[in-house]
Design a protein around this ligand. Structure first.
Ligand code: MN3
Length: 199
């Protein structure tokens, strides 16, 4: 069973004005599709092709770099589309808010540290909120790496991620990654992050 591009649950324009429709369309139909296609090509004829994406990522050090890049790309974007939604944003509630307060001091301090992880990632990559055992941690990864990979510095289950590749923001924000990261809070789907926290 080959990997497939997951359905996007909202229109390309649904995250406007924070994420523009053209960026969403290119990001989803071209960038994400390319990761899926190239992942399937890289796994052709391999026993690993029968495994789940999570299993593949946890053994990625044993696999060709094309699997690391494109398997990571497929996982990361699949998560990214779901942790954003129209009419979202605002502060989280309940257990998730309690957990952010506990590990980072306050919701504002969490936002500051998460944005800082995105800002200080040199070149292309991702910033993450991860569940590591019973703890929450903030980390960032280069390229399409993620915390599920056996080669990650900080390992855990990603529950929120933001793409800081220029293709994620350049059409609207050009070099102003900080403005994109500030706008991101207006589209975060906290219900989905809370759902992932429970896994
Ligand atoms: Mn991307």
């Amino acid at each position: 069973m080959a990997f497939e591009l997951p359905k996007l649950e909202y229109e390309y324009a649904a995250l406007e004005p924070h994420i523009d429709a053209r960026t969403m369309e290119i990001h989803y139909t071209r960038h994400h599709q390319a990761y899926v296609t190239n992942l399937n090509n890289a796994l052709t004829g391999s026993e690993w092709g029968k495994k789940s994406l999570e299993e593949i990522l946890s053994g990625v050090s044993k696999l060709p770099v094309a699997v690391r890049n494109n398997g990571g790309g497929h996982f990361n974007h699949t998560l990214f589309w779901t942790v954003m939604a129209p009419n979202a944003g605002g502060p989280p509630q309940g257990e998730l808010l309690d957990a952010l307060n506990r590990y980072f001091g306050s919701f504002d301090k969490f936002k500051e540290q998460f944005a800082n992880a995105g800002m200080t990632r040199f070149g292309s990559g991702w910033a993450w909120l991860v569940k590591a055992g019973n703890e929450l941690k903030i980390t960032s990864t280069p390229n399409q790496d993620n915390p599920l990979m056996d080669i990650a510095d900080v390992k855990g289950i990603p529950i929120l991620g933001v793409d800081v590749w220029e293709h994620a923001y350049y059409l609207k924000y050009q070099n102003r990654r900080n403005e994109y990261l500030t706008a991101f809070w207006n589209v975060v789907n906290w219900d989905e992050v809370a759902r992932r926290l429970k896994f």
